[in-house]
Design a protein around this ligand. Structure first.
Ligand code: NAD
Length: 280
């Protein structure tokens, strides 16, 4: 039986509508600054999408497009300015940065109260202990998608493939907070297919096209595909071999139209949260 498709576009539209309605109802002023350095085409697309989402939600967006040769000092200076600008509630520095810039240093410079990506060490620590204001957008979006299936995470075997600080690790932590039994797999994991086959909920965040095949999936599982891989023909492809896995899983996210739109919707929600916290 074919899996039910988890429609990230519809679910993300609902999240953005909630954000918009709350901003309108409570007359909240919220602003998001997006900083992009260089002219990476994929980053440009993401930044444009974020801008569009801000417009839709009634969030003021401030874009800073800096040349690739921007020095670290200049970038840090801009972050300082945004930290002390009352109109800016959230700051997002689009990654990856050009090689000569130290991403860690830049992220740590963002005020934790305006860190709507939740990448700052202080916010990462808060996520670890389960006492957080912001959740990192992609894992938070995945959680919304899982919840939309009606499958209760509590007690379920959850397998996350990938252990990056941005996706894999916080994803595992959120599943753990929801009482899942969580296994984190990575490039050194032995017999990955065997581990994956245990999963009631399988999250693929590897960055390799068609990496997860049907033999790695338990019948009826919830499969969340975080991967965004651009193929030679220009098309986007996930980490999951959709055609065959969708014949075996219970629920599956498509790429595009699954996790991607959710990431932006959660960014809007985080910006609203930041504005409310800063207004207090
Ligand atoms: P990353 O490269 O930092 O991490 C990849 C992880 O995969 C690593 O932890 C590594 O151990 C693991 N891995 C690599 N090869 C493996 C193997 N053979 N077996 C098991 N594990 C293996 O990537 P990332 O930043 O976590 O992103 C992962 C994917 O998610 C990418 O395709 C990225 O574009 C995508 N992504 C999507 C969104 C979104 O909004 N949808 C957001 C962030 C990232």
């Amino acid at each position: 039986m074919a899996a039910k498709i988890i429609d990230g576009k519809t679910i993300s539209a609902a999240v953005k509508e909630q954000v918009r309605a709350e901003i309108e109802r409570d007359r909240i002023k919220a602003g998001l600054a997006v900083v992009i350095v260089g002219d990476d085409p994929a980053s440009r697309v993401y930044v444009n999408n974020k801008k569009k989402a801000c417009e839709l939600c009634g969030i003021q967006s401030f874009e800073y497009a800096l040349p690739a040769e921007t020095s670290e000092e200049q970038l840090l200076e801009l972050v300082d300015t945004l930290n002390s600008d009352d109109k800016v509630n959230g700051i997002l520095v689009q990654l990856p940065l050009p090689k000569h810039l130290d991403e860690k240093k830049v992220i740590e410079r963002i005020s934790p109260l305006k860190d709507v990506d939740a990448f700052h060490e202080m916010n990462v620590g808060k996520i670890m202990i389960g006492n957080y204001a912001f959740l990192p957008c992609t894992p938070a979006g995945c959680m919304e998608l899982i919840r939309s299936t009606g499958v209760d995470i509590a007690g379920k075997e959850c397998v996350v493939i990938g252990r990056s600080n941005i996706v894999g690790k916080p994803m595992a932590m959120l599943l753990l907070h929801a009482n899942g039994t969580v296994t984190v797999c990575h490039s050194k994991t032995h017999d990955l297919p065997e581990v994956c086959r245990r999963a009631d909920i399988l999250i693929a965040a590897v960055g390799k096209p068609n990496f997860v095949t049907a033999d790695m999936v338990k019948p009826g599982a919830v499969v969340i595909d975080v991967g965004i891989n651009r193929m030679e023909n220009g098309k986007l492809c996930g980490d999951v071999k959709f055609d065959e896995v969708s014949e075996k899983a219970g629920f599956i996210t498509p790429v595009p139209g699954g996790v991607g739109p959710m990431t932006i919707a959660m960014l809007m929600r985080n910006t609203l949260t930041a504005a409310k916290i800063q207004a207090k």
